[in-house]
Write a protein that binds this ligand. Structure first.
Ligand SMILES: *Cc1c(COP(=O)(O)O)cnc(C)c1O
Length: 379
């Protein structure tokens, strides 16, 4: 099946009891057993729930994976991956990560004896010098948040396979519509479903997709044992959201391209980060592994201090000043004080997360209204 058909149908059959075309919200914590152990495959909703199961099968299909697991947040999904590791194990990851991932790695799992190397992944060969007998996992994000750097997924997974390491890709920024890391050799794909997949800024959820059955069983054990699983109502909302994922992504890409073009030559804009520009440092890799370039754009304001940056960030009328991304509505974010506040100043400035940086999540409104809003806010 092709993407749009999977988005609408994968994992979903008419309900066997009523014929309902849309998967019902099985709002139940537990399931009747005829005699002990004699049940219909469902015992307790922390482990399994039919609405969530339909969603997980749909999520797996979107990433061309055999198995999917939904979590109560993106961080819940990341937490489950890290629990595959033991004290003494080492992880190689990017130096330009989502702030919450950086915080979890350094403030939680470092205390459990897991070692993290935060390195520049723009040249995958850099990975080799950090690999030793304890290295178990490579965690990468592409495009990165917020400076839209591109990591060559196929080149990284090749090194991972050669050295027997698990490679995990946080595919949140691209969405499965634009990029499928499992096809490029990744072992696990992680999503903050909260963003493009959910798409309506009304649910917090995460997901893991994988092909290897043994890996799926280990992750399912952690999921059920630790319990960061989402409820049926949220699962329903995401199933509903996914039905328009392909339509939304097309519109995000279209609006993103127009707005990136407008901002590139705007006198108030200094740097602009968008992988669709031919002069983006990893444009060729982006072209190779992504189907289009998405609606995430970051800019620095020319000659703007923190106060001026705040003034601009607060003067939008259509773009909402808010954390998060990937919803139908356009958002503007100030990474230094919002999404990336948990990263030390020195670490964030090294990768371009500076005081005058703003990140746009271009929504699917009429692009003329978005352009007018940018014109007035940047005037
Ligand atoms: C938002 C986000 C996360 C965390 O997901 P939550 O659903 O907020 O827990 C992880 N990675 C990236 C790239 C994100 O944007």
């Amino acid at each position: 099946m092709k993407f749009a058909t999977k988005a609408i149908h994968a994992g979903q059959e008419p309900d066997p009891t009523t014929g309902a075309v849309m998967t019902p919200i099985y709002q139940t914590s537990t399931y009747w057993q005829k005699s002990p152990g004699n049940h219909q495959g469902y015992e307790y909703s922390r482990g399994t729930n039919p609405t969530r199961k339909a969603l997980e099968n749909c999520l797996a299909a979107l990433e061309n994976a055999q198995f999917g697991l939904a979590f109560s947040s993106g961080m819940g999904a990341t937490d489950a991956v890290m629990k595959l590791l033991s004290p003494g194990d080492e992880v190689i990851t990017g130096d330009d990560l989502y702030g919450g991932s950086y915080r979890m790695f350094t403030k939680i799992f470092a205390n459990y004896g897991i070692w993290f190397h935060f390195i520049d992944l723009s040249n995958p060969e850099n990975i080799r010098e950090y690999i030793n007998a304890n290295t178990k996992l490579i965690w990468l994000e592409t495009p990165t948040n917020p400076t839209m750097q591109i990591v060559d997924i196929a080149a990284v997974t090749k090194i991972g396979k050669e050295k027997g390491l698990l490679t995990v890709v946080d595919n949140t920024f691209a969405s499965p519509y634009l990029q499928n890391p499992i096809d490029l050799g990744a072992d696990i794909v992680m999503h903050s479903v909260t963003k493009y997949i959910g798409g309506h800024s009304d649910v917090v959820m995460g997901a893991l997709m994988m092909n290897d059955e043994d890996l799926y069983k280990r992750l399912f054990f952690i999921y059920n044992a630790c319990g960061a699983t989402p409820g049926p109502m949220d699962s329903f909302l995401v199933l509903r959201g996914i039905k328009t994922l392909h339509l939304r992504m097309k519109a995000h890409c279209e609006n993103g391209r127009i707005i990136a073009g407008f901002l590139k030559t705007h006198p108030k804009v200094d740097k602009i980060y968008w992988p669709g520009f031919a002069d983006h440092p990893n444009h060729e890799v982006a072209k190779k592994q992504m189907r289009d370039f998405g609606g995430m754009i970051s800019i620095t304001l020319k000659d703007a201090d923190l106060e001026e940056t705040f003034r601009v960030a607060s003067s939008f009328k259509v773009f909402a000043l808010a954390e998060s991304l990937g919803g139908v509505e356009s958002l503007i974010n100030h990474p230094v004080t919002m999404t990336h506040a948990s990263i030390p100043k020195e670490a964030r400035e090294k990768v371009g997360v500076v005081d005058n940086l703003l990140r746009l999540s271009v929504g699917v409104e009429d692009v003329e209204d978005l352009l007018d809003d940018l014109k007035q806010a940047l005037s």
